[in-house]
Design a protein around this ligand. Structure first.
Ligand code: NAD
Ligand code: MG
Length: 388
């Protein structure tokens, strides 16, 4: 029996993880759940899976959470609130594994906490890899933690590389597939509303990652994520647009052989892979029927219309704080776009200006990463206010 700390339980990934775990009550127990601010949803999940702990990041919701648990007859479940409480679930000695599905840089501290505690870390929160970079990989190695990617492309690459040694990896290329998002094929991105941007053609996801998929920032973040997770330099990571999202990514080896992982686009598969690896369990995902699909299509990404892909490569090559700043500026710009305070293409301008305008050496601790993140958000807010 594996005790799982599920962080970001109320989100899109969190819900899919609960569905996979529910298929295997003999293997997995949801030991604790954490969410951002939605009390009712956390309590509803608590009612179903009866964890030992429930944590809510929003400190002002502590009394509400405690009361709602009591009203639901769940007095034996411990309520906690605040960022430190979320972090402590990630390092709780009673948790064997942490499924980290928080959105954004808010996930940095819990990811580092799980790494330092030597956990099996099933990581959906790509922003914490983008911000954590080399320091995160070093922390994982030093504390004997085990990182299992949940992001579908990285799960695919992980599976393709499972039998490869270091020498084989040094001569390989990663080919990340991208759906192209809802605006694939468009050259003019003016007049795009939040409703249009969050309607993804293939995947059903949280709002922030949906906008990132529409701007292609998501694929940019994934290039950085792949570079750190698998130790590949930026120039050995390609992006290929594949609108059907059936091939989740590929690895090309020195001999020309290309390995791919395919499946129905459903996050329950990579979640199940991360939960059970090196075993395999049922995920509840619909079976792939290639005969029904008939064909798969591919095209090169349009890096002119979608400039954030190239900006992500630039930030990875530059190093230092560039990726942290880019990520923070993007989170702030996407939030402003969703609040209709910034246009869709305004995201490109804000993220590009901020990323190029802030240079500093790479942080030496998770605290320093969060300080850079906070400073970048402050500068981004100031920049957006002046622009209006
Ligand atoms: P979502 O918005 O649906 O859910 C986010 C979750 O994080 C919610 O449970 C929310 O309550 C919680 N949260 C927000 N702020 C928090 C905080 N400060 N402390 C604790 N919890 C907090 O997002 P999602 O689509 O599930 O994505 C989650 C992560 O997984 C993101 O990093 C995303 O990039 C990554 N991811 C998602 C998908 C997908 O298909 N949804 C695919 C690959 C990777
Ligand atoms: Mg992905």
């Amino acid at each position: 029996m594996q005790n799982i700390a599920l962080l970001g339980a109320t989100g899109s990934i969190g819900r899919s993880a609960l569905a996979v775990a529910a298929l295997h009550p003999d293997r997995y127990r949801i030991h604790s759940i954490a969410g951002g601010s939605r009390v009712a949803e956390l309590v509803e999940i608590a009612r179903n899976v009866h964890p030992k702990h429930v944590a809510i990041a929003d400190e002002s919701k502590y009394e509400d959470l405690r009361q709602a648990l009591a009203d639901a007859g769940l007095k034996d479940i411990e309520a906690h609130a605040g960022a430190a409480a979320v972090r402590s679930l990630a390092e709780d000695p009673e948790a064997d594994a942490v499924l980290q599905a928080i959105v954004g840089a808010a996930g940095v501290a819990p990811t580092f906490a799980a790494a330092r505690a030597g956990k099996r870390l099933m990581l959906a929160n790509k922003e914490s890899v983008v911000c954590g970079g080399a320091l995160l990989m070093k922390t994982i190695a030093e504390h004997g933690a085990e990182l299992l990617p949940v992001d579908s492309e990285h799960s695919a690459v992980f599976q393709c590389l499972a039998a490869a040694d270091e020498k084989m990896k040094k001569a390989a290329r990663i080919i990340l597939t991208a759906s192209g998002g809802p605006f694939r094929g468009r050259r003019d991105l003016s007049g795009i509303t939040p409703e249009m941007a969050v309607k993804h053609p293939r995947w059903s996801m949280g709002r922030k990652i949906s906008v990132d998929s529409a701007t292609l920032m998501n694929k940019g973040l994934e290039i950085i994520e792949a570079s750190w997770l698998f130790g590949f330099p930026e120039y050995r990571i390609d992006v290929l647009v594949h609108p059907e999202s059936i091939i989740h990514s590929m690895v090309e080896f020195a001999d020309g052989a290309v390995m791919a992982e395919l499946g129905t686009p459903d996050m329950k598969t990579p979640i199940a892979v991360a939960m059970s690896w090196p075993e395999r369990i049922a995920s509840g995902t619909e079976r792939l029927s290639l005969a029904k699909l008939g064909k798969l299509t591919f095209e090169a990404p349009d890096t002119e219309t979608f400039p954030l892909l190239a900006l992500a490569r630039e930030s990875l090559r530059r190093g230092g704080v560039a990726s942290i700043v880019m990520n923070a500026a993007n989170e702030a710009a996407v939030a402003a776009f969703l609040e209709r305070k910034l246009s869709f293409t305004g995201i490109f301008d804000v993220v590009t200006s901020m990323t190029r305008g802030f240079e500093a050496p790479a942080p030496a601790s998770a605290e320093e990463i969060l300080a850079v993140d906070a400073e970048a958000r402050r500068r981004t807010a100031e920049f957006m206010a002046k622009r209006r």
